[in-house]
Structure formats: C-alpha cells, structure tokens
Design a protein around this ligand. Structure first.
Ligand code: 6PG
Length: 464
C-alpha cells in the first residue's frame, strides 16, 4: 500500500513524487493522459521501486492506505473542480485531498466547505521552488485541518528544503491560509524581480555597463546582505551568450513579461481589504505595460526614447535595493496580517518568514532578520516598526532616494523603486495630507470628518 498518491505527472508532480520516493515513501502515481505514466517510471531509475503506477482512478485510490492522502498537481481552476467531482464518490470520511497548485484561495475556501459536507478534508498547499525545489526540497505553505497536517507532516517534513536543519514547511492555518500565503509570496516575488530589472536597466542604459559586468556586480551582491536566489540566478543568466547570434542572451529575449495571476490576485485582495500593496501593483503593472510592445515602439518614435546618465555607484544601488526589498516584504506581510484578521487564520508572520528562508523563489538572507523581527509583536504586522529593520532602513533610504531621483531625472522608469519610496515617505509622517481629502469630501458631499482632539463627527463652516 502507498502512503500518498500523486495525481498529475507534469514537471512539479513528477519532481515531488521522485523526492518522496527518495525519502523512502511509497507513492501511488497516476495522470490524466495515461501515456505519460510509463516514461515517468522508466526514467525514475532505482526510485521506481517506490513508485506505484495506476491508469484508473479506482485502482489508484484503492492502492492508498486509509485514511488516504491524495496530492493533485494539476492546473488550478476548473480542472480541480472537475477532479473533485470525479474523486469524491471514491473517498471515505477522513481522507484528505490536496491542491498543490497556485490556486485562488477563495476557491480553496469553497472547496474546503464542499468536501467537509462529506467529512472529507481539503488542503490548499503552496509549493515554491520550481522544478528543482520540488525535486530536492521545496518550501511548502499548508492550509487545512489539524487532522490533515498530522497525516501529511511526516512526508512533507522529510521532503522540504532545510534552513540550518529546520524544514521549510508549516501548517499555517485553516482552509485558504496556505494558498493565500503562497499568493503573497508570489506578489513579493514579482517585486523582487521587477526591482532587479529596474536596477539592471539603470546600469545598462544609464551607466552603459555590459550584461556580463552587471552580472558580476549581482554575483558580488550575492555574497552580502542581498544574498538571494533571484540575485544569484540573475548573475548567472547575464553571463550567457546566444549561441546563434553571439549576442548577450538577454538581448535576444523579447522584453514582454508573462504572468499567470498570483501577483494580480495579491493586489486585488490587498485593495479589497483596504490596503495598498503599491510595490506589488507596480510590478504587476510593469508586466502589463511590457506586453504592449507595439505601442511602446510607436510611442518611442512620437515621444522620444532617450534616457540620461545614471550616476549612482554600485554601493548606493546595493543599499537602494536592500531598502526596496525590505519595503516589499513589509507590504506583503501587512497584507498577510489583514487577511489573517479578516479570515481568522491566526497567521504567524515569524513562521512564514522562517519557511521562506530556503527552497522558495524569494529565499534571501534578509528573511532570517525578518523572522527575528517578527518574534516580537509588531502592531498590524508592520515590519517597518521593528527596531533592527528600521535601523537598516534609516541607513539605506538615502540611497534609495538618490537612485529614484537620478533615475527620474534621467527618464528611467523605476515604478517599483519609486512606489516603495513613496510608501515609506507616507508611513513615516505622523501627520499627512488626508485632512485635505476629508475637507473636500465634506464640502462636496457632506460626508463629515473626525476633528483632532475631539470625538464625534463634524462638518466644516462651509455648511453653516
Ligand atoms: C514559485 C513560483 C511559481 C511560478 C509562478 C510564477 O514559487 O515556485 O512562484 O509558483 O513560477 O507561477 O508566476 P508567473 O508565471 O505569474 O510569473
């Protein structure tokens, strides 16, 4: 009998199955297109002994030790609902169905309630780290019942990435908690990627550095406080040459970025909860603008595409990058705190930071400091209030300011860097400018306002 079943032998499903087999678990596997199964088993080598292939759903389910645990690694959305309808009649009370894809957490909440009616458990699990993470150690964010966590803990703890021995997996809360945390993880991932792209562009177009020189700079940064997976891979990818043309590889890649939705969902949910993830919005928006290549080419001939020199040193850029990275995490964790309150998830930000320290795409040296910062209670999950984080910001913000000013002066687009700086500047002012907004609202719509030092609702003399 198998301890766990994996349905879906695409890139992530196969890698997770091999990872589990390598850690000594017996895994039942199947796939909608049954002709994928035999090649997967034949390429598994010695691990095939622990992989048990089935072509029908009934045989696959029958091979699992009850209460069963079935991990679906299939496209999120309609295919998951179709699978739930198909599999539910074959399951028994106490069984757990896991969606390991990048699902919308609203769907996860709905599916949890749907399966609970039959005493079945539904788990929404965020899995980060791409193919190599899934194969050798992903970071996993689990939302579901305590019963499911007990069933899954041995296998997930064994296959997870490790940070100084600690497994990067945790039960974060019920129903949609895991998928929501993964969604915000991806929102932060979008910002980190965008900030790297903005810095690359300043160095390339404003300081005339070659891709290999920029790559060397990133490689250097990867040895200090900016150490992270995304910096590491950027350093590497900038060293490649296109074998066909001999040009730097980045120069032959079209400047139009794709997106599958998680970044956008983060922004939508933030706004819905009365928050603003302005850096994530900037990163999502920049991908949108990037896809309008034809318009940009036309606009360049009409509006002019010349940019000025960028005069920041690598040291200044590195500090600006660190400040921006802190601010992106701060916005992400603020959204997590809002959602935790709204959905009563009791998310623990320190645990989330800890399981992001290895395995996932946004793993970075900074996350260890963030985890330590969240060990103390920070009102509303506001990372910028942590003394050690505030100290780093105080040191690095002048550089972020210098970079944004120089970039804007030269006409370089820096949507994420500038959004971060404006958010920081808004949050550090105990007295802002929303009194004007309130006066306007009252004057045109009789909305009323709160008055400093007095309770109750007030109106301006313009109504007397
Ligand atoms: C991860 C990644 C992964 C995937 C996303 C990226 O954590 O391993 O986030 O889930 O790369 O789909 O999203 P986009 O395709 O929208 O960039």
């Amino acid at each position: 009998m198998a301890q766990i079943g994996i349905y879906g032998l695409g890139t992530m499903g196969s890698a997770l199955a091999l990872n589990m087999a390598e850690h000594g678990f017996d895994v039942a596997v199947t796939n909608r297109e049954s002709d994928w199964i035999a090649p997967f088993i034949s390429e598994a080598g010695d691990l095939a002994a622990r992989l048990h292939p089935y072509t029908t759903l009934a045989e696959f389910i029958a091979a699992l030790t009850p209460p069963r645990v079935i991990l679906f690694m299939i496209p999120s959305g309609a295919p998951m609902d179709a699978m739930i309808d198909e599999i539910t009649p074959l399951l028994a009370p106490g069984d757990t169905v896991i969606d390991g894809g990048n699902a919308d957490f609203h769907d996860t909440r709905r599916r949890t309630a749907q399966l609970a009616e039959r005493d079945l458990h539904f788990v929404g699990m965020g899995v980060s780290g791409g193919e190599s993470g899934a194969r050798h150690g992903p970071s996993m964010m689990l939302g579901g019942s305590a019963h499911s966590w007990q069933q899954l803990k041995p296998v997930l703890t064994a296959i997870a990435a490790r940070y100084e021995g600690a497994p990067c997996v945790a039960h974060l809360g019920p129903d949609g908690a895991g998928h929501f945390v993964k969604t915000v993880h991806n929102g932060i991932e979008y910002v980190d990627m965008q900030v790297i792209a903005e810095i690359y562009s300043l160095l390339r177009n404003g300081a005339a550095l070659a891709p290999t020189e920029i790559g060397a700079l990133f490689a250097d940064w990867d040895r200090g406080p900016l150490k992270s997976y995304l910096v590491e891979i950027t350093a590497r990818l900038l060293s490649y040459t296109d074998p066909e043309t001999g040009h730097p590889m980045v120069d032959v890649i079209k400047d139009a970025a794709g997106q599958k939705g998680t970044g956008r969902w983060t922004v939508i949910e933030a706004l819905r909860m009365g928050q603003s993830a302005s850096m994530i919005e900037a990163a999502v928006g920049a991908r949108g603008w990037s896809s309008e290549k034809a318009t940009r080419q036309r606009a360049e001939t009409i509006l002019g595409g010349a940019v000025g020199a960028f005069d920041g040193t690598p040291e200044v850029l590195a500090e600006a990058f660190l400040a921006a990275r802190i601010l992106a995490y701060a916005q992400g964790f603020r959204i997590l705190a809002s959602a935790s309150e709204e959905y009563e998830w009791s998310l623990d930000p320190a645990t989330i930071a800890r399981i992001w320290r290895a395995g996932c795409i946004i793993r970075s040296a900074l996350l260890d400091d963030i985890a330590a910062a969240f060990d103390q209670h920070l009102p509303q999950g506001q990372l910028i209030l942590a003394p050690q984080i505030a100290q780093t910001l105080a040191r690095c913000i002048p550089s972020l300011r210098q970079v944004v000013c120089s970039a804007m002066h030269g006409g370089h687009p820096v949507p994420a860097l500038s959004a971060g700086l404006s958010w920081y500047d808004s949050m550090r002012l105990g007295h802002g400018s929303a009194n004007i907004i309130q006066a306007q609202r009252d004057m045109f719509g009789h909305h009323g306002f709160e008055r400093l030092g007095r309770s109750g609702r007030h109106h301006g003399p313009w109504w007397d």
